[in-house]
Design a binder for this molecule. Structure first.
Ligand SMILES: NC(=O)C1=CN([C@@H]2O[C@H](COP(=O)(O)OP(=O)(O)OC[C@H]3O[C@@H](n4cnc5c(N)ncnc54)[C@H](OP(=O)(O)O)[C@@H]3O)[C@@H](O)[C@H]2O)C=CC1
Ligand SMILES: O=C(O)[C@@H]1CCC=N1
Length: 257
């Protein structure tokens, strides 16, 4: 499955870097600086959308929601039997088909971790996509990380948890690293300590199983240090704040396009 990527920004470049190891990839971007960057990254480029489509089996749409309407108009009439893979947040298959007609569309919600082949992605295919095409898509995109097939009505929730999720994790990492600075460590040392702690905790949970709260109790010794910190998180509504953060993010996805 040859892939043509429209938009070489954060996500287009992440997918290009992962997919070019597995298949033929060509990218197109309206910004000449992005085309230059793609060339520096040794990714094949084109300055023509037509060329990109004609030389692809699947076209990956990686532009911002505001740029989608005009791009879909440009793709109309070009796509023919090719697959359209959209990673645009909040953009339903129905909205895409309203412009393009009943084309083959796979809606994907990835996250930036595709850059290191550890993406967490969900997808949902329109009925026009054959089981062979779906299989080929799954095989290829699995090289970018983990794929979940979910119903389209859960896509906005997935966007909040996994698509935006890395930003929330990075905010937490920064907060912990700053705490380390307050305790007297240089920022870089504090960040390294925090990263190792977070990665180790995730690996422990994945390997040993159980739910996070069980492990909280294993860390928090009776009358010890940890429980003092937990009390502050409880008093300041940490869990509720995170839940509201995900809910607001998910709701925004519904208003995006
Ligand atoms: N960033 C993330 O972590 C995630 C993003 N997404 C989705 O991925 C999509 C892309 O996001 P992101 O990579 O961050 O965006 P970026 O702005 O980094 O990249 C988009 C690129 O597409 C270019 N572009 C705009 N219009 C066109 C066009 N008609 N043809 C070709 N290129 C065009 C833009 O140029 P210019 O800047 O000049 O407009 C820009 O270089 C969004 O729809 C977003 O919802 C999904 C999951 C995660
Ligand atoms: O912030 C956004 O709109 C996109 C979608 C998920 C992550 N970034």
């Amino acid at each position: 499955m040859r892939i043509g990527i429209v938009g070489y920004g954060n996500m287009g470049s992440a997918f290009a870097s992962a997919l070019k190891e597995k298949t033929q990839v060509v990218v197109y971007d309206v910004d000449p600086a992005k085309i230059d960057r793609a060339r520096q990254d040794h990714v094949a480029t084109t300055e023509s959308l037509e060329f990109l489509v004609w030389n692809s089996d699947a076209v990956l749409v990686a532009v911002k929601p505001k740029d989608v309407p005009s791009l879909l108009e440009d793709l109309k009439g070009l796509l023919e039997e090719r697959l359209l893979v959209s990673i645009v947040a909040g953009l339903s298959i129905e909205k895409i088909q309203r412009t393009l007609g009943e084309k083959k569309v796979i809606r994907v919600m990835p996250n930036v971790n595709v850059l290191v082949r550890r993406g967490v992605m969900a997808f949902w295919a329109s009925p026009q996509v054959s089981s062979e095409e779906k299989k080929a898509f799954v095989e290829l995109f699995s090289s970018c990380g983990k794929l979940y097939e979910i119903k389209e009505d859960m896509m906005d929730s997935f966007t909040a948890l996994a698509g935006s999720g890395p930003a929330f994790v990075f905010k937490f990492l920064h907060a912990m690293a700053l705490s380390g600075v307050m305790e007297g460590f240089p920022y870089s040392t504090a960040l390294s300590i925090v990263l190792d702690t977070v990665v180790g905790s995730c690996e422990l949970l994945k390997e040993m199983g159980g739910v996070p709260e069980e492990w909280v109790l294993r860390v928090a010794s009776p009358g010890g240090t940890t429980v003092e910190g937990i009390k502050v998180l409880e008093e300041r509504g940490f869990v509720g704040t995170v839940m509201e953060c995900v809910r607001q993010t998910s709701q925004k996805a519904k208003r995006l396009t």
